[in-house]
Design a protein around this ligand. Structure first.
Ligand SMILES: Cc1cc2nc3c(=O)[nH]c(=O)nc-3n(C[C@H](O)[C@H](O)[C@H](O)COP(=O)(O)OP(=O)(O)OC[C@H]3O[C@@H](n4cnc5c(N)ncnc54)[C@H](O)[C@@H]3O)c2cc1C
Length: 449
């Protein structure tokens, strides 16, 4: 590490922290508390030149490093024990270009900060449901959210990337590298900045419904039965729903987050009423609003850090068999939960760009997020056992309905193979890896083709 210490002594504008530094713990912490890997040093570059110099140094001296954005990897795969954390959070610029309908987003920008800037220009871009997640870390691995069915997943909205490659060189990603970045994460480069599409967005209709929850399993069944019927009509792309069970002011409740992302709010209201009618509603919080306000609301429901993990099986359809398992395990959930489960949906109407990306989950599907999370270690073992059983029982349902493509960011390494994640896109990713990082400098990224 002497070379790094020397470099930092000559570049005092770059903030860094070692275990002796006062702010080390704050900087090291991630969303998942029990992930305790301790890097020897955390370095926060401020420019692409800083990143380039650092990557060249790491390469020359064979120093192990991980790249950190929002710190939301669920399985602690971002930081390297006794290695270096390249913490991107000081690369935090957001520049909207209305003419090209794009935004340039610094590699360490957090979703919530992105939205503060986008709102000033009355535009939006697909983003995750949780506002504290890093935008780049979310988009380059796929990126599900409440705009996926309208504008596609995060990766599909990436139109450019300025990066530092495995030679330490600054470059604009060419089409082959961009294809690998769209779904292949940080496996071929450190992303200094993404350019992504934006869409006009002034007022939207958004919020949540809380449904009668004294018999949670029955409500979940009724809602999904009716939702399947609703889907027999063509649901407009502008409508998105994320169903979840969470602990609110009235206790454990089944909720449905709704976003109507077109400017025709009158039409949106009609669809919102159909969603409200899926089961008896007790609280209606769906109002004309903005993405910024909606994200502020969503942020207020989520812990900044937590004990926990996630199980995330995918299904082509929420069949009655799957819904029954969800209902049963919602009822027997131990401890006082914040969240129990949430479900992302990629509908058949969603734009699906396959050729120019390696993100492979292209058929319409649902991702069921089983969320064993608690604010303290107490009760964790019991909760984990609950999550495991919930997952095992879901995986015993009709195999033909189980999505063959695991979602890498929300799946632990033991439950995935590159073949399953990337399918026939794996060859494309492997070729890009050979071309741009043949010596695997980026060996500590969560994608390893
Ligand atoms: C509470 C919570 C909610 C979530 N909600 C959603 C959701 O709604 N939809 C969804 O699709 N996913 C969701 N996820 C998963 C999340 O999108 C991924 O875990 C994502 O990779 C996290 O990015 P991050 O930057 O916050 O995390 P980090 O742990 O900082 O980064 C994860 C990995 O991304 C890579 N990376 C990050 N930044 C860069 C960069 N600038 N250059 C190169 N590589 C980089 C690194 O390999 C790093 O290991 C959620 C996760 C959590 C914990």
């Amino acid at each position: 590490m002497d070379h790094v210490t020397q470099f930092l002594a000559q570049n005092t504008h770059i903030h860094h922290a070692t275990p002796q530094s006062q702010d080390y713990e704050d900087l090291r912490e991630q969303f998942i508390i029990q992930e305790t890997r301790r890097p020897a040093i955390i370095i926060r570059p401020r420019s692409i030149e800083d990143i380039s110099a650092l990557i060249s140094l790491f390469k020359a001296h064979d120093l192990p490093f991980g790249v950190r954005g929002g710190g939301h990897d669920m399985f602690g795969r971002t930081q390297v024990q006794d290695g270096i954390t390249l913490d991107m959070r000081d690369i935090s610029h957001v520049h909207v270009d209305k003419e090209s309908q794009t935004v340039r987003i610094g590699g360490g920008v957090i979703n919530m900060d992105l939205h503060r800037e986008l709102q000033k220009h009355n535009v939006t871009t697909p983003h995750g449901v949780t506002p504290t997640v890093g935008f780049t870390g979310w988009a380059i691995h796929g990126g599900y959210g409440l705009l996926s069915s309208h504008y596609g997943v995060g990766a599909d909205n990436i139109v450019g990337a300025r990066v530092v490659d495995a030679q330490g060189q600054v470059r604009d990603a060419d089409e082959t590298m961009l294809t690998a970045i769209r779904g292949g994460g940080g496996s071929v480069a450190v992303v200094y900045e993404l350019t992504v599409k934006v869409y006009p967005s002034d007022k939207i209709l958004a919020g949540f419904y809380i449904y009668q929850s004294d018999d949670l399993a029955a409500t979940i069944r009724l809602y999904n039965e009716n939702y399947r019927k609703l889907k027999e009509n063509d649901i407009p792309q502008a409508l998105s729903i994320y169903q979840a069970v969470m602990n609110g002011p009235q206790g454990l409740a089944f909720v449905s987050y709704l976003v109507w992302s077109s400017s025709d709010l009158e039409e949106g209201q009609k669809w919102a009423e159909k969603v409200a009618a899926l089961a008896p509603v007790t609280v209606n919080n769906v109002v004309p609003t903005t993405f910024l306000e909606f994200n502020e609301l969503a942020a207020s429901f989520i812990e900044k850090k937590t004990w926990g993990t996630i199980f995330c099986p995918g299904f082509y359809d929420l069949t009655p068999e799957v819904v029954n398992v969800i209902g049963t395990h919602t009822e027997n959930r131990p401890n006082k939960p914040g969240l129990v489960f949430g479900i992302h949906e990629l509908r058949r109407e969603a734009p699906r760009e396959n050729k120019n990306s390696v993100f492979n989950a292209r058929d319409p599907h649902f991702l069921v997020e089983i969320i064993p999370m608690v604010s303290a270690e107490e009760g964790w073992e019991e909760l984990l056992a609950w999550g495991q059983q919930f997952y095992d029982d879901l995986m015993k349902t009709d195999p033909a309905n189980i999505l063959s493509t695991p979602y890498l960011p929300l799946t632990s390494n033991e439950r995935l193979t590159s073949e399953a994640v990337f399918g026939d896109r794996l060859e494309v990713l492997k070729k890009a890896k050979e071309l741009y990082d043949p010596q695997n400098l980026f060996k500590h990224t969560i994608v390893q083709p």
